[in-house]
Every structure is written in structure tokens, then in C-alpha cells.
Design a protein around this ligand. Structure first.
Ligand SMILES: Cc1cc2nc3c(=O)[nH]c(=O)nc-3n(C[C@H](O)[C@H](O)[C@H](O)COP(=O)(O)O)c2cc1C
Length: 181
């Protein structure tokens, strides 16, 4: 795709890459409030809005959450994480809604020029629930680390354009198997 006004408008969306290393500087309260406001407006199945969000800034708590799950190490290197709590009743729709609010939260953080990185906490779910005093029947699966990326967090991970399958391998036109020539 050539660089046009259309691609300029969405450039910041394409810059959303997983960040796993952050500057310790806190996220400004008004920025955090705006990110949470955007998250609140996420659409959900039947507009149920079943999520609860726990904002964690205490470094010790972030460290303990990060240690509970093998793929959550970056939470300990962030000034802030948002932990998503779902009711744990409707497996499929809740997972879908959780994915939507996760992505929207990450997009809002990106729009503010911040970096973010999600982590799945399932391996350490029980420990995280105990730590955050979440009732055991609820589902805790996702946390989103948010902050200013440090040098390691800003480092390019793959050559431009190579980290995703191209549209020619992803999109079909009008029917299965019909690619754009
Ligand atoms: C369902 C799901 C679970 C993920 N879990 C983790 C995780 O536990 N830890 C992590 O560092 N990244 C996690 N990620 C982020 C992916 O690794 C990341 O989006 C993918 O590798 C693309 O990286 P990029 O955005 O830097 O291109 C998860 C992403 C998704 C969609």
C-alpha cells in the first residue's frame, strides 16, 4: 500500500507492538483516566460490560504478579498494569469481550504515545487472585503492562513489514481462495 492520507490516519495503530521493557516513570493520572475511559466504552456481548479492572502500580505487587506466570515477566518492568477480571460464567463471550477490552486499552495507551504489553496470567491465576483479593469464582486471565518504553522496549524486533503475514496471504475477495492479483 502506498503512503497516503488514509495510511497516515491509521499509522499509530500499526505501531502497536508488544512492549516488554519500560521506563520506571509513572503514567500521568489524567492519561490513565483517559485510557480507562476508552476501555469503559468497549463494546461487549449484549452490552453486558462484565469486566472489572484492577489498576496496579505498587512495584512489589507487580513483581509478585509477574513471578506467578512464566510469560508475565514484563509486568515487573512496568510502572503500571491493568488486570482484567471477568465473572467466569460465560466462557466464550467473556473471552471475546476480554480480548476486545484488552486491545482497546492497548490502543488507547498507544494513542497517548505509551507502550504496552499484555500477558496471560492463567498459569498463576490462583496466586494472582489471592494477591489482589479477587473472589475465587472470578476469572483472571489478562494483564496489560503500560508505560513509556525504555531503550530495550523501543528496539526494533523485526525488519519493517516482516512481523505479520501479508494481506495477500490473509484476505480473500468475494469467495474463499480468491486473492487480489
Ligand atoms: C491471547 C494472547 C496471549 C498473549 N500472552 C502473552 C504473554 O503471556 N506474554 C507476552 O509477553 N505476550 C503475550 N501476548 C502478546 C503476543 O506475544 C504478541 O502480540 C505477538 O507476539 C505479536 O507481537 P508484536 O505485537 O510485538 O508484533 C499474547 C497475545 C495474545 C493475543
Amino acid at each position: 500500500m502506498t503512503d497516503t492520507i488514509a495510511t497516515d490516519r491509521t499509522r499509530f495503530l500499526r505501531h502497536l507492538r508488544q512492549v516488554r521493557s519500560f521506563d520506571p516513570a509513572p503514567v500521568a493520572p489524567e492519561v490513565l483516566d483517559d485510557i480507562l475511559e476508552v476501555a469503559r466504552w468497549t463494546g461487549s456481548s449484549q452490552n453486558q460490560q462484565e469486566w472489572q479492572l484492577i489498576v496496579v502500580t505498587d512495584p512489589e505487587t507487580l513483581r509478585l504478579i509477574s513471578e506467578a506466570s512464566p510469560s508475565a515477566g514484563h509486568l515487573a518492568r512496568a510502572p503500571l498494569a491493568v488486570v482484567i477480571v471477568m465473572p467466569g460464567e460465560r466462557r466464550i463471550t467473556e473471552a471475546f469481550d476480554e480480548g476486545r477490552i484488552t486491545e482497546r486499552t492497548m490502543l488507547a495507551a498507544t494513542a497517548h504515545g505509551l507502550g504496552c504489553g499484555m500477558a496471560w496470567l492463567e498459569a498463576g491465576e490462583a496466586a494472582v487472585k489471592e494477591l489482589l483479593r479477587v473472589p475465587s469464582e472470578h476469572k483472571v486471565r489478562t494483564a496489560i503492562a503500560i508505560g513509556t518504553p525504555d531503550a530495550a522496549g523501543r528496539r526494533r524486533k523485526a525488519a519493517p513489514g516482516t512481523a505479520r503475514r501479508p494481506l495477500s496471504e490473509t484476505v480473500h475477495y468475494e469467495r474463499w481462495g480468491a486473492r487480489r492479483t
